[in-house]
Design a protein around this ligand. Structure first.
Ligand SMILES: [Cu+2]
Length: 243
């Protein structure tokens, strides 16, 4: 498996994560898959999450934290949805692992609410606060852990299997985030407006999946996408409230 140093796999596509640091031959001419993930109907009010403990309010320096479980732009774009492509026929190429992805805690928040990493990647779970945090992974396919990270400390873990992992801090119950481990090089995380783009995808037909942490919504949109060399393909999705 190829390894990439110093990649930052956050809020960008897997292809971009490795751009500029690989020394292999240029990838085959490919196309781009792009689109938006939008919420159907009105966005629910997501009030900040109050910090109940006076001790935590003092150590965190705040009275509440933003509720990041469903971030929706003014025109309905859904942030932090994960879009992945898998080859429909034949093997999907193995993604390049990334060393030292930074999963930081600042201001009693996980700095990135959703992070995508390719399988085999190593993550630095860092605590940039002056108060202790904890990292607990509710994982099944990768070894689960539950470790305290002292103020300004960090721990390093490697994730070898594809899995969507909820990450929490057992000290501060209002802290949660997601680490999404993917076994494809073709992925993206939607931005603030719900848009995504996956570039340099070799021509072919792919299964396309959209994941968002909310369990209250179904995804509506295409299940596959066909990419032509040098061309763009659009795949838009809606999150539809379950009955
Ligand atoms: Cu914490």
């Amino acid at each position: 498996m190829r390894r990439v140093r110093f990649g930052v796999a956050v809020g960008i596509t897997g292809v971009l994560a490795s751009t500029g640091v690989l020394t292999q031959a240029d990838p085959p001419a490919g196309g781009t898959v792009c689109g938006r993930v939008r919420l159907q109907g009105g966005a629910p009010a997501c009030a900040p999450i109050p910090i109940e403990s006076a001790e935590h309010r003092t150590s965190c320096g705040r009275a509440d934290v933003p509720n990041e479980t469903l971030l929706v732009s003014a025109d309905g774009g859904v942030r932090n949805a994960v879009v992945t492509l898998e080859a429909k026929e034949g093997e999907t190429p193995a993604p390049a692992a990334i060393e030292a992805c930074l999963f930081d805690q600042q201001g009693c928040l996980f700095l990135h609410h959703v992070m995508v990493i390719p399988v085999g990647s190593t993550v630095r779970f860092k605590n940039s606060d002056n108060t202790a945090h904890n990292v607990r992974t509710n994982s099944r396919r990768n070894p689960a852990f539950n470790e305290t990270i002292p103020a300004n400390g960090e721990i390093t873990k490697t994730f070898e299997r594809a899995e969507r992992i909820e990450v929490t801090c057992t000290i501060h119950p209002f802290m949660s985030a997601w680490l999404v481990v993917v076994d494809t090089p073709y992925w993206a995380v939607t931005g603030e407006d719900g848009s995504y783009s996956i570039a340099n995808v070799p021509a072919g037909t792919y299964k396309i999946r959209v994941w968002h942490e909310s369990r209250d919504y179904d995804r509506s949109g295409p299940g596959e996408v066909t990419v032509a060399a040098g061309a763009g393909a659009t795949a838009d999705y809606s999150l539809v409230k379950k009955n």
